[in-house]
Design a protein around this ligand. Sequence first.
Ligand SMILES: Nc1ncnc2c1ncn2[C@@H]1O[C@H](COP(=O)(O)OP(=O)(O)OP(=O)(O)O)[C@@H](O)[C@H]1O
Length: 268
Amino acid sequence: MTDAVRSHGLYKRYGAQVAVAGVDLVVPAGSFAGLVGPNGAGKTTTLSMITGLLRPDGGQAAIDGFDVWRDPVAVKARIGVLPEGLRLFERLSGRELLLYNGRLRGIPKADVEQRAGELLAVMDLTEAADKLVVDYSTGMRKKIGLAAALLHNPSVLFLDEPFEGVDPVSSNILTDVLRRFTASGSTVIFSSHVMDLVERLCDWVSVMSGGHIVAQGPLEQVRGGSSLNEAFMRLVGGSRADGEAGLTWLGAKHGDQPQATATPQDTP
Ligand SMILES: Nc1ncnc2c1ncn2[C@@H]1O[C@H](COP(=O)(O)OP(=O)(O)OP(=O)(O)O)[C@@H](O)[C@H]1O
């Protein structure tokens, strides 16, 4: 079967800073996949290039076998994206936002209305459906963003930190919707820093560090008999500075700290 996502040698630099240093990301179709890595590892940059939002300096990426940059229309028809720092049309209501997205995707009006109503109900947004998006909370924004990304029934769904700032109830709702989505054979790939969540949800994991993939495969293989958190620390933690070095002043009693010496200008 064709992989849902396959990139080869994806590369991006900003001036002297290499953000993504040749990434071969593979996600089998039907996976619930997690992309993990420390801050600055290159996750957002990689997802942006794979979803056609950012042009790579080198390498290729394909979705369901379609090249992201040579066949953008086929790719965009197949993907749903919940990007980092999601920007929404703030002066539309949640329902209007979904109807607008559906019409942009070319879905017949009656179908869009039915799908929008069902998505709003599943996301527990029916009551807020006619409220302006500008007045939505962080969790509500994530949920309406996810609803908009699902409306056209994509084959592959990309989510950049979908659970960040989301309360446990909303998080369970998002999880249920995503589980239903992958159970029907579609693919989810999401980035996260929360190892427990990735371990609980994902059957496939890609670990990035320093712009590279440092481990990738089925969850059991990547964690290799330990927890994902331990495996993550083994894979990316070793090269990092000792977190306990320095900071001897932090938490010291105020009376214990040396007094600043008065300079001649301080004295009248
Ligand atoms: N527009 C930009 N201009 C300059 N440097 C950038 C830009 N975007 C990303 N970078 C750099 O590229 C590297 C990778 O950033 P990226 O946002 O992809 O990491 P990330 O893994 O998503 O991090 P986080 O987990 O903190 O969201 C970082 O060193 C970052 O500073």
